[in-house]
Design a protein around this ligand. Structure first.
Ligand SMILES: *Cc1c(COP(=O)(O)O)cnc(C)c1O
Length: 363
């Protein structure tokens, strides 16, 4: 049976797996919802997306996504509102960012509606996979990659766009300990640090592994030119609170412009805090800590929204920040953002996109 309102063709799974999922104890990123959206690009045009059961794709070993990393992705979340409806956080902005990423890899534009309307249909169909907001959220992973059957290094001609989703728990994230490295860099001027190609992530794994082996959670990334300025933390943007000022590095081409970064900046302005988008060096970090002006540090990203950072380490220098209970800016901005995302508070910024599920369909 196909959904009458569906704009895209739907192949239903013969048997939903949702009843086998323990929503009170969700593992991260290994449990996927019943359906996925797939669209093909060939001969210079997109075919209409199809929604079908989640499962493996049949791919040739020579595709340039595998050989040369011709692949970009997005990450966003949907939350269950108090009324049982679903709220997607900033999907149109993610669709635009996906197209900035694809343009950088000489890939074609994806119609924004494939992303936004396709996602709405996918979530309408798989609405039972969206956890109650006290139990977690639905993580959404749009992926756009080349399936060109050629090992010539050139812009590709055939692509797939896939959206799959997975329910994730409302995990408590302990304050993070961060190892600032100058052994490796994540991005450099003229590179791809400001977009989300798959190829940005594999080269960071060795640094993340080293950090974990040394007892840290994440790597603090420095700029690729002078290795002096702090740019990001793991796959998060980073913020420093200095008295009544909040500092975050500017988007000058080597930093990924996160949706959470942008939303946090908007909320900080709304909270009448003084916000500075400017370079922030390791020297200034340790100076601000020793003169007592550095009171908080946090990372931002879709996975954990706002992650408090309690320790930063660079070479033989180490600093510990006040307990989260003593902080004001990070916890307040996190609470406000999560309230908007989950529909507990009105959304004056137009960030959330409502997918109406209706009383009959609520859990
Ligand atoms: C995706 C990503 C972020 C966070 O972006 P959000 O849109 O806020 O989730 C930050 N840094 C890097 C390197 C990323 O890839």
């Amino acid at each position: 049976m196909s959904t009458s309102a569906a704009r895209f063709a739907v192949q239903h799974t013969p048997q939903s797996r949702v009843s086998t999922v323990d929503f009170s104890n969700l593992p991260f990123g290994i449990c996927f919802s019943d359906h996925m959206l797939v669209a093909e690009y060939r001969d210079g045009r997109w075919d209409d997306p199809i929604i079908k059961p989640y499962g493996p794709l049949l791919l040739a070993p020579n595709i340039s996504a595998l050989q040369y990393g011709v692949s970009v992705f997005e990450g966003l979340k949907a939350h269950r509102s108090p009324s049982g409806d679903i709220l997607i956080f900033r999907p149109r902005d993610n669709a635009r960012r996906l197209n900035r990423s694809s343009a950088r890899l000489a890939m074609p534009d994806l119609p924004e509606d494939f992303f936004v309307e396709g996602l709405r249909e996918l979530l309408t169909l798989d609405h039972q996979w969206v956890p109650r907001s006290d139990q977690g959220s639905l993580y959404i992973r749009p992926t756009f990659f080349s399936v060109d059957p050629s090992i010539r290094v050139k812009p590709a001609e055939e692509y797939l766009f896939v959206i799959f989703t997975c329910p994730v728990g409302a995990y408590f994230n302990a304050p993070l300990e961060v190892l600032i490295t100058d052994d490796y860099v994540r991005a450099f001027p003229g590179g791809t640090g400001d977009v989300k190609p798959a190829g940005n992530y594999a080269p960071t794994l060795i640094a993340e592994q080293n950090a974990r082996n040394a007892g840290f959670h994440h790597v603090g990334w420095l700029d690729g030119t002078e290795r002096r300025f702090i740019e990001e933390c793991g796959v998060m943007n980073i913020f420093f609170v200095l008295g009544n000022r909040v500092v975050t590095p500017p988007l000058t081409g080597t930093i990924l412009g996160g949706m959470i970064r942008d939303s946090v900046l908007t909320l900080l302005h709304d909270m009448k805090l003084r916000v500075e988008e400017r370079k922030f060096s390791v020297d200034e970090l340790f100076q601000a800590h020793s003169d007592g002006s550095l009171t908080e540090c946090f990372g931002t990203g879709t996975a954990a929204t706002v992650s408090h950072i309690k320790r930063l380490h660079y070479k033989d220098r180490d600093l510990i920040l006040p307990d989260v209970e003593q902080r004001t800016v990070g916890p307040r901005v996190r609470e406000r953002l999560v309230s908007i995302m989950t529909g507990r508070e009105p959304d004056p910024f137009g960030w959330t996109e409502l997918v109406q599920i209706g009383a009959s369909a609520t859990l």
